[in-house]
Design a protein around this ligand. Structure first.
Ligand SMILES: [Zn+2]
Ligand SMILES: [Zn+2]
Length: 133
């Protein structure tokens, strides 16, 4: 994927909003990997750094859903750091945590509770992660 230059915040932010919505509602994108997505992480970074969630009553909830997904996918399982980046100091986690703190969401990934790196979320856990009833 290609990064849009920072000098074009208009197109970048509307693109980010579309990506956030697609991932929050489970459609994903062509860049989606098995457990994470670089495009969704880029979109979350744009939204958080610009402080611009998608418009409408649902906008913040959509961002929160994607932030929870990113936190779940990158949560460090050991001393080697998170799994997709293998970094002890993962910037994706920092961006996701920044948003969740801003909206006062005290979400903890199920992996932390399960303490099993290979655990696959059940449908019930996924509903809890996404906040959808
Ligand atoms: Zn994706
Ligand atoms: Zn990471």
């Amino acid at each position: 994927m290609s990064m849009l230059p920072e000098s074009t915040p208009g197109p970048a932010i509307s693109w980010a909003h579309r990506i956030i919505t697609d991932h929050a509602e489970g459609r994903g994108c062509a860049e989606c990997r098995a457990r994470w997505c670089p495009t969704a992480e880029w979109a979350l970074w744009v939204v958080v750094t610009d402080h611009l969630p998608p418009p409408g009553d649902d906008g913040k909830r959509l961002v929160t859903t994607v932030a929870r997904q990113v936190l779940t996918n990158h949560w460090p399982y050991g001393v080697d750091g998170c799994r997709p980046c293998a970094l002890p100091d993962c910037t994706r986690i920092q961006v996701a945590t920044c948003w969740l703190q801003a909206v006062r969401d005290d979400y903890l990934p199920p992996a932390v509770q399960a303490l099993r790196p290979t655990v696959v979320p059940t449908d019930e856990e996924l509903r809890r992660i996404t906040g959808l009833e």
